[in-house]
Design a protein around this ligand. Structure first.
Ligand SMILES: [Zn+2]
Ligand SMILES: [Zn+2]
Length: 226
């Protein structure tokens, strides 16, 4: 994708609307879905990229398509992790202590039932937390998938390029592109560096594409030779 240089400092850019030189960001696509600020992103160990201001998950590249942009915002808001509560570890200690105390005295049926019930509730609590984490990871994946789709529709994209830009693995980028190509007309070409590039939304190039042109040229040649 060709990106014009930064209007503020003139530095070359690879991501539309985000300058690596002076840090200027422009455009609706860079507005943070959490704090609504026009903010830069910074890398994050589990959320890939976060807003430099509010630390909520944010895409490093803008999405041009308004529908996809809107959906990605919903996904990013869903992906925002719930603040870690200190409740779970404290509850674990209390549960363990009370279990030990109960075991130290003689066990009665009532005590046993209470213990089993208490540990079951605790297990459900832990599971609910895990489900929530899985849900937000899924939402984050969907937001990134939308970014890949949008990027590949606005010009040729290779897995390496997308992986670098989004901070995901090359395998993951390749997977997204293959999926896209399976569901949409896609032209696949090899660029000068030998990287496979995907142009999603363009009809695949066929040998018959210039058939009429070649036939017309051949007829013209035939006529000229007569
Ligand atoms: Zn700049
Ligand atoms: Zn923010």
């Amino acid at each position: 994708m060709k990106v014009p240089p930064c209007p503020a400092c003139g530095a070359a850019r690879t991501i539309p609307g985000a300058c690596p030189g002076c840090g200027a960001v422009q455009g609706e696509g860079h507005v943070c879905p959490h704090c609504r600020g026009l903010t830069r992103v910074e890398p994050h160990p589990t959320l890939r990229w976060v807003c430099a201001a509010c630390k909520g998950p944010k895409l490093p590249i803008p999405i041009a398509d308004p529908v996809k942009l809107e959906t990605s915002r919903v996904m990013l808001r869903e992906a925002k992790p719930v603040p870690r509560s200190g409740f779970v570890p404290v509850a674990a200690i209390l549960f363990t202590l009370s279990t030990l105390l109960a075991l130290m005295s003689t066990m009665t049926i009532g005590k046993a039932i209470t213990l089993v019930a208490a540990w079951t509730v605790f297990g459900l609590l832990v599971r609910a937390r895990r489900t929530r984490t899985e849900k937000s990871n899924g939402a984050l994946d969907r937001a990134y998938s939308l970014a890949v789709q949008d990027y590949a529709r606005n010009g040729a994209a290779s897995a390496k390029e997308i992986a670098n830009m989004l901070g995901v693995s090359e395998d993951q980028a390749e997977g997204e592109l293959t999926l896209l190509a399976a569901e949409n007309p896609t032209r696949i070409e090899v660029n000068a560096d030998g990287d496979v590039q995907y142009r999603v939304g363009e009809e695949p190039k066929s040998d018959l594409e210039d058939f009429d042109e070649r036939l017309a040229a051949a007829e013209k040649k035939k006529k000229a030779s007569l």
